[in-house]
Design a protein around this ligand. Structure first.
Ligand code: NAD
Ligand code: MG
Length: 362
């Protein structure tokens, strides 16, 4: 593994697994030791297949590899498309000893992971994430699932992978908007748990936007380390894991208002974190200077700093009322107790929330 820059472990007892991070690992890193039997079902999509399918196959020497190529897009994260994975597995007579491999962004990862959780009551799977968002977020932590017409990610299972392989080289083909969207989640880790990382990001944000390989590898390593730590402490989101939702309550409202797909998730989270920072400042938790610092970093990652034109405080309140974190109708938000330290609270004052909307809504 000559191109392996870093290795991390997600510590979950017998469900522990490694994360390998490096450049040009696709095709050179041998993952066959994570495959129990002889069969591999590689799941990818029509955008990623022409770019990386052949090299990904090189990670499983000596195995019988079948592939399922899904259509590309969040709108295909549904039952019908999921069934195509089961069709492929059954047609090719994959047994309980098969291993699924997800090659692609978060959509492919969530779907292949969920298929692995269900097929023959559960088979192992491996994550090979190819977007920045999936490399720093969705491939680690074991949340898998699909959308329902009545709600996003509403059908799913916790199912941890056997290993995660992150090839930073695959990011070179990623559209710039997707890079910025991934950076929103990277910045989130600095804000919620790692002040040193936040300062490092302020120095390196231009290099990251420009896809500098060394800067990317370091940012991905530190992001995965943070997520791995939080997941190890709270695998099934009994408490702490909710801090990973900084900016997401405002962000989900923006995504829904804009219509899914018009704003990328990371773009909405970026603006959501700016709004959460504003509310934290109004609540006297962080200083005005901290709040400005956060805004500056998010904007310099190429992310929008304001909700879509026409979105009102009422729109926010109505859309935020259905958030999964709410308990007994009380709005719960992740705020910053200080820079680098997040807290989940239902204690924000309605006046300060209204003031926040005033400052951001048109
Ligand atoms: P995505 O999977 O839709 O990928 C974005 C786009 O980039 C797609 O068009 C994809 O085909 C393309 N692409 C992927 N890799 C590429 C590459 N290397 N070069 C060029 N194009 C490439 O989106 P995403 O942002 O990766 O993931 C979003 C999904 O992840 C959502 O469905 C979300 O719910 C889910 N998610 C899950 C978790 C979790 O914990 N399971 C966490 C966050 C997000
Ligand atoms: Mg997110």
């Amino acid at each position: 593994m000559s191109n392996l820059l870093r290795e991390l472990s997600v510590e979950l007892g017998e469900r522990s697994y490694p994360i390998f991070i490096g450049q040009n690992l696709l095709g050179t890193c041998d993952l066959s030791r994570f495959v129990g039997g002889s069969q591999v079902m590689l799941v990818t999509n029509e955008t990623v297949a022409p770019l990386y399918l052949e090299s990904a196959k090189g990670c499983f020497p000596g195995k019988r590899i079948d592939t399922v190529v899904l259509p590309d897009g969040e709108k295909y994260k549904d039952w019908q498309t999921l069934n195509r994975i089961f069709d492929g597995l059954l047609e090719r007579r994959h047994t309980r000893k098969t291993t699924l491999v997800a090659l692609g962004g978060g959509v492919v990862g969530d779907m292949a992971g969920f298929a692995a959780a269900c097929y023959q009551r559960g088979v192992p799977f491996i994550q090979i994430p190819t977007t920045l968002l999936s490399q720093v977020d969705s491939s680690v932590g074991g949340k898998t699932g699909i959308n329902h017409p009545l709600g996003k990610n509403m059908i799913g299972a916790f199912h941890q992978p056997q290993a995660v392989l992150i090839d930073t080289g695959s990011l070179q083909t990623l559209p710039p908007r997707e890079v910025s969207a991934g950076l929103a989640e990277v910045i989130k880790y600095g804000l919620i748990r790692d002040l040193d990382f936040l300062a490092w990001l302020e120095d390196r944000v231009d290099a990251l936007v420009a896809l500098d390989a060394g800067a990317l590898a370091e940012a991905i390593y530190r992001s995965c380390a943070c997520k791995a730590e939080v997941v190890a402490l709270d695998e099934r989101e009994g408490g702490l894991r909710a801090i990973l939702n900084l900016g997401h309550t405002f962000g989900h409202a923006i995504e829904t208002f804009a219509g899914y797909g018009n704003w990328l998730h990371g773009e909405a989270v970026g603006t959501g974190m700016i709004m959460a920072a504003e509310l934290s400042a109004l609540e006297g938790m962080i200083s005005r200077a901290d709040c400005d610092r956060i805004t500056r970093l998010i904007l310099s990652a190429g992310l929008p700093g304001k909700p879509p034109a026409g979105m009102t405080a009422d729109d926010f309140m109505n859309l935020m009322a259905v958030d999964k974190k709410n308990v007994d109708g009380q709005l719960r938000l992740v705020l910053l107790r200080s820079l680098g330290d997040a807290v989940i609270t239902s204690g924000a004052s309605p006046e300060n929330l209204a003031l926040t909307f005033d400052r951001f809504c048109s």
